[in-house]
Design a protein around this ligand. Structure first.
Ligand code: FAD
Length: 292
């Protein structure tokens, strides 16, 4: 469950590495995150994984039990049966993890979907029936989901998703705050009145940005492209400028009363630490500021 003390919230996202060495490194990163006391840490899940227990479930449990930080397990359901979902919910319950990001997940060309959950809203309805004590987040897309034919359709199904029982929404990353504000407005017009956490990814190298642009088609504003061009051969400056860009986005969003910032950390503790150190007072309540 999200800690109630702070609004806006500041949360982190990590992904389970593929190797034992990577997992060991992530544990060190998570231990370092404890000092930053994020509102929660979410753990992604590969949609094609058959091994969720040893990855997402295990790491979510570690965050909750060993670090005492609320954790969120991502649950993409295209390739899960209802029975498997029930088993996973029981495992999470045992570990004290009661917050999920309920997802459809991306289709894998080589795998047959189970057809128990066609859309995230089917999964949300099922969890609400079977385990109503879970707090459920849903994904949302300020630049619309690539499968949606139009913004109208995208917002229409997002509303259905919240009506199915989604408690809040976590957004896809974006680099232009204006797109996020427009999206918030569209949600308000459609009466989607759940908190929306803004997804921010600090870009710390050029290949990361270009890969993102290629795979997700995320809009990169001119100001951002100029940074990539100017510091193409100067990785240190590109990293500094990328971090400053993310901080700039966060400051503006918080000033505009965003419900929360969800930081895509890419398992990089230095990045999360920098953002935290630079912005932490923005996430304190008025009472906390007065008592400093
Ligand atoms: P849905 O909400 O089901 O929407 C998918 C598409 O179907 C949209 O175009 C929607 O408009 C449409 N739609 C919805 N309902 C209906 C309906 N009833 N009839 C017709 N059309 C409908 N993926 C992973 O595999 N693992 C992760 O850990 C992960 N984490 C993520 C975290 C965040 C914050 C975000 C934003 C995305 C994440 N994803 C992850 C990616 C996500 O799984 C994909 O974007 C996926 O393609 C859509 O998932 P969804 O839950 O948003 O789908």
């Amino acid at each position: 469950m999200i800690r109630k003390r702070i609004s806006p919230t500041l949360s982190f996202e990590v992904f389970p590495p593929n190797s034992k060495v990577g997992t060991k490194k992530l544990i060190h990163t998570l231990d370092a995150f404890k000092e930053l006391s994020p509102s929660f840490i979410s753990v992604t899940c590969n949609n094609s994984t058959r091994n969720m227990e040893n990855t997402t479930v295990h790491l979510s449990g570690y965050i909750k039990q060993e670090l005492g930080i609320p954790s969120v397990a991502h649950l993409p359901a295209t390739y899960l049966t209802k029975g498997r979902v029930l088993t996973i919910l029981k495992q999470l319950d045992k570990l004290g993890v009661n917050h999920l990001l309920a997802l459809r997940g991306d289709e894998q060309p080589t795998m047959e979907p189970c057809n128990d959950f066609k859309y995230a809203s089917d999964l949300i309805t099922f969890i609400k029936e079977q385990a109503p004590h879970f707090y459920i987040s849903g994904a949302c897309y300020p630049e619309i989901h690539p499968d949606s034919k139009s913004k109208v359709e995208d917002i229409h199904y997002l509303k259905k998703k919240t009506e199915a029982g989604c408690n809040n929404l976590i957004s896809q990353l974006f680099f232009d705050n204006k797109i996020f504000y427009q999206f918030q407005e569209n949600c308000a017009l459609a009466n989607i009145n759940r908190p929306i956490l803004a997804g921010i990814m600090p870009i710390v190298n050029r290949s990361q940005a270009l890969r993102l642009f290629k795979t997700s088609g995320t809009y990169l504003p001119k100001k951002f492209l100029r940074i990539l061009d100017r510091y193409e051969h100067h990785p240190e400056a590109l990293r500094d400028a990328g971090l400053a860009y993310a901080v700039d986005q966060i400051v503006e969003l918080v000033t505009q009363n965003v419900d929360g910032i969800h930081l895509y950390t890419m398992n990089n503790s230095a990045t999360a630490n920098y953002i935290y150190q630079t912005t932490s007072s923005l996430f304190k309540t008025q009472e906390e500021l007065l008592s400093i």
